[in-house]
Ligand binder design. Structure first.
Ligand SMILES: Nc1nc2c(ncn2[C@@H]2O[C@H](COP(=O)(O)OP(=O)(O)OP(=O)(O)O)[C@@H](O)[C@H]2O)c(=O)[nH]1
Ligand SMILES: [Zn+2]
Length: 216
C-alpha cells in the first residue's frame, strides 16, 4: 500500500464532506458508497466479506443508515404541519417518547426518552401530539450529541408554532459509555432546554418538572 491516506488510495472523492449543515443534505443517501465503506471495514477488521453470513451485510447496513440518518434530509417544518386553534392556555406535555439516535463520536446508538412540553400562545394555537414525536425523530435521525438535539427540538418548536414557552428533557443511555470505553451500563444522561416563559418563570418551570418527574 502507498503512503497516501486510505480514502485517496481507494479514490473516494468527498464532494460534500464538511460543507453541509445538518438538515440541508440533498439527494438520496449514497448507498453504494456506504456499501463500499462497510466492505472495507469488514476487510480491515480481518473478516471475509464474501462469506455467507456477510455477503449481504454491506447492503443491509446501507439501508439501515439511510433509515437512521433520514433526519438529515428533513426539516422540522416538514413534520410540524398541523396547527389547531384551541382555548387551551396551559401546559401541553408529551412524555416518554422513545428515541433512538446515533452518537456522532462513535457512531453507536444512544437511546431513551424525550419529554416535550409547551404552553400555547395567546391565540391558543396547538399542534398535533404525534407531531411532537415526529419532531424528535427529525433530530434523532442524524449523527448527534444529546445536548444539541435537546436544543434543536426546543428551538424548532419555538420558531414554528410560536408558543409562550417550550421545555424539552431528554434522558438517554449512550452505548459508547455502556458497551465500550468507560463501560458504565445504565448511566443516564439528562439534558434540558427551556425557552420563553419556562425560562422566565420558575413556578411554571417547576410545574412542568413536577408533571415530568413528580410521580415516578
Ligand atoms: N457531551 C456529550 N458527550 C458525548 C455524547 N455522546 C458521547 N459523548 C462523549 O464523547 C466523548 C468522546 O471522547 P474522546 O476522548 O474523543 O473519545 P474516546 O477516546 O472514545 O473516549 P471514551 O469514550 O472515554 O473512551 C466521550 O467522553 C463520550 O462519552 C453526547 O451526546 N454529549
Ligand atoms: Zn459516543
Amino acid at each position: 500500500m502507498s503512503d497516501k491516506p486510505v480514502a485517496d488510495q481507494f479514490e473516494l472523492d468527498r464532494p460534500q464532506a464538511g460543507r453541509l449543515s445538518p438538515g440541508s443534505a440533498t439527494g438520496p443517501v449514497d448507498q453504494a458508497r456506504i456499501e463500499h465503506a462497510v466492505r472495507e471495514i469488514l476487510i480491515a477488521v480481518g473478516e471475509d466479506p464474501e462469506r455467507d453470513g456477510l455477503a449481504d451485510t454491506p447492503a443491509r447496513v446501507a439501508r439501515m443508515y439511510a433509515e437512521q440518518f433520514a433526519g438529515l434530509r428533513q426539516r422540522p417544518e416538514d413534520v410540524l404541519t398541523t396547527v389547531f386553534d384551541s382555548e387551551h392556555d396551559e401546559i401541553v406535555l408529551v412524555r416518554d417518547i422513545e428515541i433512538y439516535s446515533m452518537c456522532e463520536h462513535h457512531l453507536v446508538p444512544f437511546f431513551g426518552k424525550a419529554h416535550i412540553g409547551y404552553i400555547p400562545n395567546e391565540k391558543g394555537e396547538i399542534t398535533g401530539l404525534s407531531k411532537l414525536a415526529r419532531l424528535a425523530d427529525v433530530y434523532a435521525r442524524r449523527p448527534q450529541v444529546q445536548e444539541r438535539m435537546t436544543c434543536q427540538i426546543a428551538d424548532a418548536l419555538m420558531r414554528i408554532i410560536e408558543p409562550r414557552g417550550v421545555l424539552v428533557v431528554l434522558e438517554c443511555e449512550h452505548l459508547c459509555m455502556s458497551m465500550r470505553g468507560v463501560r458504565k451500563p445504565g448511566a443516564k444522561t439528562v439534558t434540558s432546554a427551556v425557552r420563553g416563559i419556562f425560562r422566565k418563570e420558575a413556578r411554571t418551570r417547576a410545574e412542568a418538572m413536577s408533571l415530568l418527574f413528580g410521580n415516578r
